[in-house]
Design a binder for this molecule. Structure first.
Ligand code: ADP
Ligand code: MG
Length: 269
């Protein structure tokens, strides 16, 4: 993969073109290699991907296929070993840690499997936290945090600490925290991984509403019924994109393979 931006001017031009085309994330051959002793692990091994504003994407694949590493790259938590990528028109892959932190704060909202809330803070204070780092005034912080808690329907629990909330409520707080900075992209790494199926369905209902409101959502999941909420399913395998299709086609393919296993065939299970 040739470098798309040998100079700052080229990077600016590419970024501008991507924005004109409504593309929020574009990766060009990104790789992340971890060195463990004398072994190299190619966690992400050359991914070209394009995600438009407002898309709802499920990232699937077996354990160890590079899903979390890829999410950390596009979430500006990490930089690639090789390749380039753009978020919201800006070349991220060559940024310094300070610049990455700035981008993360403005463009990315993260939701994790384990919620990652601060236990001593109330729901409201947890949601306000990213705004403190962003230098927003206290009055503005409270107002915006309240609005985010409204979006996940949790204002009645805003003075409770995480220990006083159910798993589903904690994840709602985490989603509100991800939303509070009005990010371009919401990234969720197995957001229902610690929740029972009824609560998972409830949390997916929240993501569905956020998608309808125009948010860009990328979520990692193992579970097909969670992935079905997304409009597009990307399958990773060994750090590469194995499949990338609209959810309705993914469904059609699933039915087609069922039909192949019809009576008369030996491959029935
Ligand atoms: N910080 C790290 N150091 C070394 N190897 C890592 C690190 N993070 C991930 N890996 C390895 O990279 C591969 C992909 O991991 P990961 O992205 O966590 O996969 P997934 O989220 O799909 O389960 C795995 O082989 C994993 O062991
Ligand atoms: Mg993972």
């Amino acid at each position: 993969m040739p470098r798309v931006s040998a100079t700052a001017q080229e990077a600016a031009d590419t970024g501008k073109k991507l924005l004109e085309d409504n593309i929020v994330i574009r990766t060009f051959g990104i790789r992340k290699t971890f060195v463990m002793g004398d072994q190299e692990i190619h966690a992400v091994n050359g991914v070209d991907m394009e995600i438009r504003y407002g898309e709802y994407v499920a990232l699937m694949g077996p354990s160890g296929s590079g899903k979390s590493t890829f999410m950390n790259l596009i979430g500006a938590l990490d930089t690639p070993t090789a390749g380039e990528y753009f978020i919201a028109g800006q070349l991220i892959s060559t940024m310094s840690d300070d610049e990455l932190a700035y981008i993360r704060n403005r463009e990315i909202g993260f939701v994790f499997q384990t919620f990652n809330l601060l236990p001593r803070l109330t729901a409201l204070q947890n949601v306000e936290l990213p705004l403190i780092y962003a230098g927003v005034t206290p009055a503005q912080r409270t107002e915006r945090a309240l609005r985010a808690l409204q979006q996940v329907d949790l204002t009645d629990r805003m003075y409770h600490t995480p220990a006083e909330l159910s798993g589903g409520q904690r994840q709602r707080v985490a989603i509100a925290r991800a939303l509070v900075g009005a990010p371009s992209i919401i990234l969720a790494d197995e957001p229902t991984g610690n929740l029972d199926s009824a609560t998972s369905a409830e949390i997916m209902g929240v993501f569905d509403v956020l998608h309808k409101q125009g948010n860009t959502i990328i979520l990692v999941t193992h579970e097909p019924d969670i992935a079905m909420h997304a409009k597009r399913i990307v399958q990773l395998r060994d750090g590469k994109v194995a499949k990338d299709e609209e959810t309705r086609w993914a469904l059609a393919t699933a039915f087609a393979s069922t039909e192949q296993a019809q009576p008369g065939e030996d491959n029935r299970v």
